[in-house]
Design a binder for this molecule. Structure first.
Ligand SMILES: [Zn+2]
Length: 395
């Protein structure tokens, strides 16, 4: 063997080792961020099983796209993939995408980062998101979701309009195990303050946008930003254009002033895709009674999360208690699931165990009708009211 052959051989071995190291790093990344700390689940009664299996179940928030896993395959990592959605009886999952994530984020105060955690995560995943800007990251992940839908043999369907949703409902009513996926953005800064980018996000399939995420941006103040202010002119204009296109406004993470200003402005129901309520878990992240009342008054829905900061626990009973709080305050038409699965959260169970929440709602004393609304029908109602009618026209 000449020294050239030796160099080529050892070079190849070194390249494989480096690739394996990256792979381990990429896998470790998700096991570090998205954890399950098993909590005792409730035995599922025949009543819970019957309600769950014959209801349309929906969840308003999972960040699973961020981690680059093939969502068609069952994984030991994270909280959501197609097989686990099917096992949990989920008819519609909103897949949300943060596009800029500060290092060391916290719920009290964060500045917009120059170099962000998703840049590093992108390198670990060998993903182009490492060097992409927020808008390109959003377009890249939407394309990835379309790819999953395309390779799923019809089992995962992207929902872009009311006609898609009607078709999904009809197929599920006939017994097909099809899951709908709806794309959402966490933080309007994804649009990089360019008004033309809203149409591009719409064309890519995004149908829900949370105006701010962990820092104040050019659109609105964040509950975890520095100033925690209201809406900017660009934010106001964007909301009006979103309503025109049929893109839902998500109030999650918004500063209280911004929530008030959005509610003054909107003409359609809004969502809070993942939150808790101060009535059961009092912190800056969670909704006040006043905001819950105003959101319900406009026909909007509140997605309750499954992690500690949202519900001060991880057990099914902690989540059910927050859902019940909303039901008791404003009625059963406004509470829904907003897990924040795969959102760098530690939860008590993954989406395959979702019937445990139906059981927990029974134990809180809700009626069958109320439970059906909370576990999915409320989400369905709002989407059927606000999404564009078909792929071509929007109203
Ligand atoms: Zn979030």
């Amino acid at each position: 063997m000449t020294w050239r052959q030796a160099a080529a051989r050892y070079g190849a071995v070194a390249a494989v080792l480096v690739a394996l190291l990256w792979l381990v790093l990429a896998l470790q990344l998700e096991s570090f961020f998205n954890k399950i700390e098993p909590t005792p689940l409730l035995p599922i009664s025949p009543r819970a099983r019957a309600i769950h299996d014959t209801s349309f179940v929906a969840d308003l928030h999972a960040d699973s796209l961020l981690f680059g896993r093939n969502l068609l395959e069952r994984s030991a990592l994270g909280h959501v993939d197609l097989p686990r959605l099917q096992e949990g009886g989920v008819g519609l999952q909103v897949f949300s995408l943060p596009t800029v994530v500060p290092f060391g984020l916290n719920i009290e105060s964060n500045a917009e980062p120059g170099f962000d955690a998703l840049t590093l995560a992108g390198f670990a995943q060998l993903s182009p998101t490492a060097w992409q800007g927020p808008m390109d990251r959003a377009l890249y992940r939407a394309k990835q979701m379309r790819g999953y839908a395309k390779s799923s043999d019809g089992a995962l369907r992207l929902i872009e309009n009311r006609a898609d949703l009607d078709r999904l409902l009809a197929a599920r009513a006939e017994g097909s195990d099809i899951t709908g996926a709806l794309l959402s953005i966490e933080g309007a800064h994804a649009m990089e303050a360019d008004p033309a980018n809203l149409q591009l996000l719409f064309d890519a399939g995004y149908r829900m946008i949370g105006l701010s995420h962990f820092f104040d941006n050019a659109y609105a103040g964040s509950a975890h930003g520095i100033e925690k202010g209201g809406l900017t002119d660009l934010g106001r204009r964007t909301i009006q254009e979103m309503e025109g296109l049929g893109i839902l406004v998500d109030l999650a993470h918004l500063a209280p002033t911004a929530i008030d200003e959005v509610l003054d402005l909107v003409t359609r129901p809004v969502v809070v895709s993942h939150t808790g309520v101060r009535g059961t878990c009092d912190n800056r992240r969670n909704l006040s009674d006043e905001h819950i009342r105003r959101i319900a008054l406009g026909g909007g829905i509140i997605g309750i999360g499954y992690w500690e900061t949202a519900v001060c626990g991880r057990a099914p009973a902690d989540i059910a208690r927050a859902l019940l709080y909303v039901v008791n305050l404003v009625g059963a038409d406004y509470a829904s699931f907003g897990s924040d699965y795969d959102g760098a959260t530690t939860v008590g169970f993954d989406t395959s165990a979702l019937p445990t929440l139906t059981q927990a709602l029974i134990e809180e004393g809700l009626s069958d009708l109320e439970i059906r609304k909370v576990i999915g029908e409320n989400v369905l109602r709002v989407f059927l009211e606000t999404l564009p009618l078909t792929g071509i026209e929007s109203d």
